[in-house]
Design a protein around this ligand. Structure first.
Ligand code: FAD
Length: 464
């Protein structure tokens, strides 16, 4: 069959399988039907629920304003899919074009979309992680458990890790009047994502809201009582804290373990894809029937030196799923690249934080509007003389403007006249990102190309 005929046949009565029944999976299913795909569509998800929205879990749900079960994602159209929920995909047979399931079943496909996202990085000590009172926050069930715990008025909550999720949890605790300690290994909250200058503002914000913030500190052990309830936490400076709840917010792990041995280029950094969302195999050859989208995918981006970027961003999952779905049922010349401008938001301690671009790539920043001291500002981030990112605290409306500067590779420091430019907007300062070899917990954008901490393969000849 000629290429176009094959695509027409696929659109008419092909078999498409999506693994991951969440934001990217749902949006891809909707887009496939929008594109005129009339074949069979199967969506496999290991959670028992229909797709729901995660950002409210650390915000409105923890505050008790929205029930976890009321976070279902709105449907843009009927998708006429066969939903296989509550069953995990356990393997991929690339040659046989089959997804293997935990219940022993196998589902055949002509095209596969992998949208398995990430999960919370667990507390490394299993017995301590199992203590009653130790939580993570990724799923609707996690949020339900933690919300119940906060409603029970614990004496003190310990949040381990001050990335975006940890900081939002601390914020919710304070808003509920619950005492909270935040332990962060880095020099400030959000330091891995936004750097030390903005991190210092985040630290002041936390302390002003009554958070007992401890930076440069690691939690070395969690201790329980004989009944298995969390009682104490031991810190690297020798301090022992009495706590009855600990939330482990140490970032995320990509859900790729089920692809081990499949022949796909999938690992701890995600699934490597081309800009059209087609997954690479282990030889670096692009597949034409397996696609990936959302938090689990990593794709090269020309704006950021063609480095592979993985994003834990809501908007990226939506856009990438739409591109992947379009490309899955389109002939080669009609395929589109996914060149989304990274954009993220967070709300914590009454402040709306927005970022565009990749701040962690920057070496310098300049406060172009407002003032750090007032915690209302825009900081433009520079990398080798061009604008690479911007972060706004309560300045959301300007982010589109800065996104355009990043797209145009506008010179840094930017010289345009800005609304509310202050004296601190005259001279760039070092952005203050930690050494990339030191793990931090905050980055929701990861450049997965070369990093100084990366281990390289060394050829060691065998001895005869
Ligand atoms: C608490 C919280 C707050 C957030 N806040 C923000 C925010 O303020 N702003 C923002 O931009 N982003 C935020 N995010 C990130 C955003 O929610 C994610 O980027 C988005 O959910 C990614 O969608 P996804 O479909 O790629 O992956 P996910 O939503 O992670 O979904 C993947 C799905 O696949 C399932 N799965 C995994 N492995 C398998 C398997 N083997 N078989 C079957 N199913 C499997 C998972 O259980 C999950 O249901 C937040 C995330 C969390 C957890």
């Amino acid at each position: 069959m000629a290429g176009d005929d094959a695509v027409r046949a696929l659109r008419r009565d092909g078999r498409i399988v999506i693994v991951g029944a969440s934001l990217a999976g749902l949006r891809a299913a909707e887009q496939l039907r929008d594109e005129g795909f009339t074949g069979s569509l199967t969506v496999i998800g290991d959670e028992p629920y229909e797709p729901y929205d995660r950002p409210p879990l650390s915000k409105q749900v923890l505050l008790g304003r929205v029930r976890p079960e009321d976070t279902g994602l709105p449907r843009r159209r009927p998708v006429d899919a066969h939903w296989r929920l509550g069953v995990a995909a356990t393997g991929l047979d690339l040659d046989g074009k089959r997804v293997l399931l935990a219940d022993g079943d196998a589902v055949e496909f002509d095209r596969l979309l992998i949208a398995t996202g990430v999960r919370s990085r667990p507390w490394p000590h299993e017995t301590e992680a199992a203590l009653d009172g130790v939580h993570v926050l990724r799923t609707r069930d996690d949020a339900a458990r933690l919300t119940r715990r906060l409603a029970g008025r614990p004496r003190r909550v310990l949040v381990i890790g001050a990335g975006f999720t940890g900081s939002e949890i601390a914020s919710a605790c304070r808003e509920r009047g619950v005492a909270v300690t935040v332990a962060e290994r880095g020099a400030a909250p959000l330091v891995g994502a936004l750097g030390g200058v903005v991190g210092a503002v985040a630290a002041d914000l936390q302390r002003d809201h009554g958070v007992d913030l401890r930076c440069g500190i690691m939690v070395t052990a969690l201790e329980g009582d004989p009944a298995g309830r969390l009682r104490r936490a031991h810190l690297s400076d020798g301090t022992v804290l009495d706590v009855d709840v600990a939330v482990v917010a140490l970032g995320a792990v990509r859900n790729t373990a089920w692809l081990a041995g499949s022949g796909l280029a999938a690992g701890p950094r995600g699934i490597a894809c081309d800009a059209g969302c087609r997954a690479f195999d282990v030889h670096g050859i692009v597949t034409d029937d397996v696609f990936a989208a959302g938090d689990v995918a990593r794709t090269p981006h020309p704006l950021f030196g063609y480095q592979f970027i993985s994003l834990e961003h809501w908007g990226n999952a939506v856009e990438q799923a739409a591109i992947a779905a379009h490309n899955m049922v389109s002939p080669g010349p009609e395929r589109r690249p996914h060149l989304w401008m990274p954009a993220f938001w967070s709300s914590q301690f009454g402040v709306n934080i927005k970022s565009v671009g990749v701040p962690s790539m920057a070496d310098e920043l300049l406060v172009t509007q407002g003032s750090l001291a007032e915690r209302r500002f825009v900081a433009a981030y520079g990398y080798r003389g061009r604008v690479i990112a911007a972060v706004g605290f309560d300045h959301a409306k300007w982010m589109g403007f800065y996104a355009k500067l990043i797209e145009e590779a506008a010179p840094f420091p930017p010289e345009f006249p800005a609304v509310d430019r202050r004296p601190e907007g005259l001279r760039p300062v070092p952005a203050g990102f930690p050494d990339p070899a030191l793990p931090t917990h905050g980055a929701s954008v990861t450049l997965t190309g070369h990093s100084p901490s990366e281990r390289r393969v060394v050829f060691t000849p065998s001895r005869a």
